[in-house]
Write a protein that binds this ligand. Structure first.
Ligand SMILES: [Cu+2]
Length: 138
């Protein structure tokens, strides 16, 4: 390679780099923020509670499974109705700003809730008030 050719190829290379600088910067930002998002979502946990078959029968003594959960702020709780009839997930403390109510939860339906404040959240089923559960958020 002559000195001229070498200089030409170098100029070509730096020209390309300059042209693509904006693209590289944008790409790094995209990578950075998407990795932050992945790390964040890995921190929060998700808990699942089922309303098992026969939950409406008080003699079976199985309402919400598990009946109590220890969660952290920002964790997601998901209830699923696996029974053959309607149920609800309704907070006992109606005055609370964190009050929650799934409304009528039909067969196979899912209700999700994320708690943003620490506290003890007792809940029940409006159709079968003997069905009770508790979420402790810290
Ligand atoms: Cu019920």
């Amino acid at each position: 390679m002559t000195e001229y050719e070498l200089k030409e190829s170098y100029n070509h290379f730096t020209g390309c780099m300059r042209k693509n600088y904006a693209t590289y910067t944008l790409l790094s930002f995209v990578l950075f923020f998407s990795s932050m998002f992945l790390i964040n979502s890995a921190w929060a946990s998700e808990y699942t509670i089922s309303i098992p078959y026969g939950a409406a029968n008080p003699s079976l003594d199985q309402s919400f499974e598990p009946p109590s959960i220890q969660a952290k702020i920002g964790d997601k709780i998901a209830w699923t109705n696996l029974d053959e009839m309607m149920h609800s997930v309704t907070g006992v403390d109606k005055a609370s700003q964190e009050q929650f109510d799934s409304g009528a939860l039909h067969i196979g339906q899912k209700f999700e809730r994320t708690f943003d404040k620490a506290g003890e959240y007792n809940y029940y089923c409006i159709f079968h008030p003997f069905m009770t559960g508790k979420i402790t958020v810290s």
